[in-house]
Ligand binder design. Structure first.
Ligand code: NAP
Length: 863
């Protein structure tokens, strides 16, 4: 592969698609000295900008950003005329690029690639085109775009209409004159919203058929933003660097203003600024939490709806145009020019398909459940089979005859959105699982192309010529993509991001929402770690370092990053009092946790004096008694109190429906081992004896605790068994300390960098117990007799030094005959599961905990 081959029909690489990504890929491959052949079914370069020629088609990322940045000379030679360029201008730009770098001779236009098949013997792809050609290549690269496969309209009678039919995605090159015509437009996504105002200028009647109203803000088109141009002029490299390391591929200072806590004045000011700016980057970042917190999202959504109502004069039409069935941003927001004003024109009418669905397209128009409409032309702006459509349609067959379509039947599976296992040397540019459609495509495309080119170059240097991701790396990445989506509101919408617009398409969140910056870092880290998760072979040998590049939950990683920026002193370097003060200070600004019906404070007579407790009674239909859970807070026997675990107790109360009695026990070093354990047992005895007064059901008592609190809870169970009572229905141990051995593998793996460190754990033990006592089962319950103990739910977090002892306790209890539920907090640290309303990904684990608590109190024969 060192020199371009000259064998007819044989190339080092084939690139399908001659849009933004295909052109740049060709350019980079050529730079590497590879022989390359490009194909496009279009008659010229341009990709999406070749096909989508409908009036009003423009980019929706401002032109200073929606442009190639790989060559400063190219940037100097091209000047955009507007903030949002028209389709013809963008097409001109891509033609200019193709000519400037002499790319056209390598591309065969008006040629569709009909199939691609991997030959395992030859380690080559055989590509077949619609013209019957067969081409062999080592690397097969699909640069086919995310929104290139039009969705066939799923409407009854589509073929019956006798008038003119147009698709925004396949607009006639010669243009269309609608003057004097009765025109229907079906669809109000970005394409519909752009085309409708322009058709309204010509048509004698325009009827818009809307199924789902979309959020749209005015583009305020005009000259390119002066501030951006100035920044670019002053420091082009700095500007481009900032774009590459930004959230969506456009330089932007992230905000930390939360919608839910901001004042009305701040909310209004931030929203109006974004509205005036007319850019997606502004309107999607009015508040830091708008895509995470429904309440914050509602604030932005309602302000947009207010604007719609203020523009559209007919109140019924205005209301029908106000999106209410999805959160703002969960469907692609639109930028428009005079869209809502269009509905004030006397010849424009909106038909709300939610009220009168289309029954059928007829010979002369459209019939809805209530009316028959006659039209001269119907325009379909009904969207695309997004992100996977073009890839799966291309009949790609990998190793062992497996087709991409089959492999992706339940949803796409990729490593980094770039490759997929079983399909060696097959690359996708901006594939599913990459930021692509959630970002400035120009930036994401360049990053993908650069990564692929860098990879091929590295392989060449190492004498390797095949590459393929491992199953482990790929499933890990898929999980990470879904984890990132799951903490946002995105999965709640019936959007094309979810595949929901195409009947029968699996419902999977397709793009990567972790951010352009985070994604770039992940791709760089893969390379840095010797192409982690890729198997490479060739004359130079074989190599594979298997693994998963991102295992941590994305919001847990964000919290760790945030904490790192605070520069806090390590707890173990402080006195106990200073550590307590630090803990209280860091807890001061966290969310309070859910509302419960009642919270009351009291005291329990402990073995050495009163112990404060706080009781949480759940809201709910029944005033009657509830099961009781005695809870012990975390903090290494040294830190913590009733306040420290207050949000978690509220959460447990709400989820379990039980009365939670959180008890503060004596702390070390003032009161060392076994004070905390003895207090815990005394509290359990007292709660059992006073169940009725506490609103509990006698005999239905469980214990729970987190960290050292889970330690004393576990010990209390052993002491209760030894004392012949009280009866304990279950023990919930969240990331428990159950042993004093600090040498387990989880200590090796997670002992540094995840808040609870080995050094801190040692500090806790030193404060709590003498070395001689650390083997005592009342300190290390794993070392005790485990017969006859209550059912348990044990939470073990992946990134917790205590993970292995928690798992060990679960196994040992099970071996001793106790029913055990081991809840794995995937991608979590010792502390993150307890961060109620901060770490959203902890919610499913806490839901499992809540269920486990409820199950403790079910009669034995009920599941
Ligand atoms: P879209 O966002 O998927 O919108 C399709 C529209 O057609 C929706 O309103 C949809 O309603 C409606 N529709 C689909 N099937 C229908 C049916 N059977 N009956 C009635 N209505 C039906 O597609 P798009 O507008 O072409 O945009 C796709 C994406 O391309 C955009 O989100 C954007 O990323 C990109 N794009 C960008 C620009 C730009 O400004 N640069 C311009 C155009 C497109 P439902 O919502 O109810 O399904």
């Amino acid at each position: 592969m060192n020199k371009p081959t000259s064998i007819p029909g044989q190339f080092d690489a084939v690139v399908v698609g001659a849009g933004f990504s295909g052109l740049y890929m060709l350019y980079r491959l050529r730079q590497l000295g590879l022989s390359v052949k490009g194909f496009d079914s279009a008659g010229d370069v341009g990709g999406t900008w070749y096909w989508n020629r409908y009036p009003g088609a423009r980019c929706d990322i401002a032109t200073p950003d929606y442009t190639y940045s790989f060559d400063p000379e190219l940037e100097k030679e091209w000047t955009w005329s507007e903030k949002y360029a028209t389709q013809p201008e963008i097409l001109d730009y891509l033609r200019f690029v193709a000519d400037r770098y002499g790319l056209r001779p390598d591309i065969e236009f008006s040629t569709t690639v009909t199939s691609a098949r991997w030959d395992e013997q030859e380690k080559r792809w055989t590509i077949t085109t619609g013209r019957g050609e067969e081409i062999r290549c080592r690397y097969y690269i699909m640069a086919t775009g995310c929104l290139s496969m039009p969705k066939s309209p799923d409407i009854e009678g589509v073929g019956r209409f006798g008038g003119q039919v147009y698709f925004t995605s396949r607009w006639p090159h010669e243009g269309v004159d609608f003057t004097g015509q009765r025109v229907a437009v079906i669809g109000t996504g970005s394409s519909g919203i752009q085309v409708i105002p322009l058709i309204a200028r010509q048509a004698s009647q325009l009827t818009v058929f809307q199924r789902t109203p979309n959020f749209s803000i005015p583009a305020h088109n005009g000259p390119a933003p002066a501030d951006r141009l100035k920044q670019l002029d002053e420091d082009r490299d700095g500007y481009r660097h900032a774009a590459r390391w930004s959230r969506i591929g456009v330089p932007n200072e992230p905000t930390d203003v939360l919608g839910v806590t901001a004042s009305e004045a701040v909310r209004r000011e931030r929203f109006e600024a974004a509205w005036r700016q007319g850019e997606l980057v502004g309107i999607v970042s009015v508040f830091a939490d708008q895509l995470l917190n429904p309440a914050s999202n509602d604030i932005v959504a309602e302000m947009i709806r207010e604007k719609v109502r203020s523009i559209v004069k007919d109140s019924e039409t205005a209301e029908a145009l106000c999106p209410k069935d999805h959160y703002f941003g969960t469907k692609r927001p639109c930028l428009d020019t005079g869209y809502f004003d269009t509905y004030n024109l006397p010849h424009v009418r909106l038909v709300d398909l939610r009220k009168q669905p289309i029954v059928s397209i007829t010979e002369d128009g459209i019939e809805t459940a209530e009316e028959s409409f006659g039209f001269d032309a119907i325009v379909y702006a009904t969207g695309f089979d997004a992100m996977t459509g073009a890839l799966a349609a291309a009949d790609v067959t990998g190793r062992d005859g497996l087709s991409l379509k089959e492999k992706w039947a339940a949803g796409p599976s990729t490593y980094l959105g770039l490759m997929t296992a079983g399909f060696p040397n097959f690359f996708m540019l901006t594939g599913p699982g990459s930021p692509s459609v959630l970002s400035n495509m120009a930036v994401s495309i360049e990053q993908h192309v650069d990564w692929v080119a860098g990879c091929l170059e590295d392989m060449r240097e190492a004498g390797l010529d095949t590459i393929e991701p491992t199953e482990l790396a790929e499933s890990g990445w898929n999980q990470h993509v879904q984890d990132c989506g799951a903490i946002t509101l995105m999965p709640t919408a019936n959007s094309w991001y979810m595949g929901a617009n195409v009947p029968g398409k699996p419902r999977v969140f397709l793009p990567y929402i972790g951010g352009v910056d985070a994604y770039r870092q992940a791709c760089d880290d893969v390379v840095e770690q010797g192409y982690l998760g890729f198997r490479m072979t060739g004359p130079g040998g074989a190599r594979c370092r298997d693994g998963v590049i991102r295992r941590m939950q994305p919001d847990v990683a964000m919290v760790l990053d945030l904490i790192a920026t605070l520069g806090l002193p390590p707890m173990e370097t402080l006195s106990a009092d200073d550590a307590r003060a630090l803990l209280a200070a860091t807890a001061a600004n966290r969310p309070p946790g859910p509302e419960v019906d009642q919270v009351t404070d009291g005291v329990i007579p402990g073995p050495a004096g009163d112990l404060p407790y706080r009781l949480y009674r759940p809201a709910g239909p029944s005033e009657g008694p509830r099961p009781l859970v005695v809870y012990f807070h975390g903090g290494g026997w040294v830190l913590g109190n009733l306040d420290s675990d207050d949000p978690l107790c509220r959460d447990l109360c709400e989820r379990s429906g039980a009365v939670i009695v959180s008890v503060n026990y004596r702390h070390a070093p003032e009161d060392r081992f076994p004070a905390a354990a003895l207090d815990a047992f005394a509290a359990v005895q007292w709660a059992d004896a006073n169940a009725i007064e506490l609103g509990g059901i006698p005999g239905q008592l469980a214990v729970a605790g987190w960290s050292a609190g889970a330690n004393v809870a576990a010990v209390a169970c052993q002491l209760a068994r030894d004392a012949g009572g009280p009866h304990i229905s279950g023990q919930l141990l969240i990331c428990p300390v159950v042993d004093s051995d600090l040498a387990r593998p989880s200590y090796q793996e997670n002992g540094d960098g995840y808040i609870l460190t080995t050094a801190l754990m040692k500090w806790f033990w030193d404060h709590y117990a003498d070395a001689a006592d650390r083997g005592d089962p009342r300190a290390a319950p794993l070392r005790g007799d485990l017969q006859g103990l209550p059912p348990a739910c044990i939470v073990a977090a992946d990134f917790d030094p205590l993970r292995d002892e928690g798992v060990g306790y679960a196994r040992a209890l099970e071996a001793a005959g106790a029913p055990v539920r081991l809840a794995r907090a995937r991608g979590h640290t010792h502390t993150s599961v307890t961060m109620v309303d901060v770490v959203i990904s902890g919610a499913p684990v806490r839901a499992e905990i809540g269920e486990a608590l409820r199950n403790f109190f079910l009669p034995p024969n009920r599941p």
